[in-house]
Design a protein around this ligand. Sequence first.
Ligand code: BTN
Length: 326
Amino acid sequence: MKAEILRLLRESEGFVSGQFLCEHFGVSRTAVWKAVEQLKKSGYEIEAVRKKGYRLTTINQCYGKAEIESRIETKSFGRQVVFFSEIDSTNQKAKLLGEEKKPEGTLVVADRQTLGKGRRGRHWESPSGQNIYMSLLLYPEVPTATAPQLTLVMAMAVATALQESYQLEVGIKWPNDLVVNGKKICGILTEMSVEAEFINHVVIGVGINVDQEEFPAEIAEKATSLKVETGISVARSALIAAIMKNFESYYEEFMEQGNLGKLKADYNGLLLNKDKEVRISTPKEDYTATGLGITDTGELLVRLADGSQQEIYAGEVSVRGVYGYV
Ligand code: BTN
């Protein structure tokens, strides 16, 4: 109810009457008043005037469950937010919720992570008050080999949201790093739980640099944020809502076909490695090739020096020029 009250107050031009709210939710005036008081406690400035009702006096953003849920416009993804001011890792928490069979689309969000996880066992720097750290819980009925493609679907959803909402020129470094002006703005970590060849659940974790302006020395050269790129501080909750909306529609298409298929053209349109030289590092060797685009199942198709084509499944692919260094 708090999220819905917030949405109604934000969307209304003037006061929203107490009577209207009571009828809308089918609850007593006291229940409405209590919910408003709780919102005020979490930092919202809400004016209450007799005979007129309630009004949000400033468009302030109090990052939390009610704020995020009040902005969500999807059928299910992100409608249930589990919020923490601080947690070890949102992926870790979402995996536990997956074990408990919490509903598909449950979204774990934290303001700060103490043990944020990156890919390949790396640490993901997660300071408070600045960035987005979130993990979406899914139960996709697809073969286990297909699930990693969901990372690419999420990359498209985040890229599209950043382009549409902030006109940011963002591209994807295969498979799932989001890059602006040669620097990384978002990372995605997908983890799945499998039993006897079946998927129990999938967790897609997304870390987006939003307001951060200073980065630790080891990543300063290759990290950027929305604030650095646009000069503005955006509401994290609004960006989360935009991502959920895009992800939901891409996900529906993905599940209908069972692979990236029709989404491939959109993905390749965002792909920074397309027609660019890429360096492929495997445990055995390093070589260069030209990126051509992804396949229906998300592998990177490259052309080798001898003109033959190859699909790249795993291994580190570093991209010349993309991060502003070789
Ligand atoms: C990468 O290495 O590029 C992936 C980074 C993924 C970070 C996000 S932040 C939210 C979620 N929780 C985690 O512990 N990691 C992911």
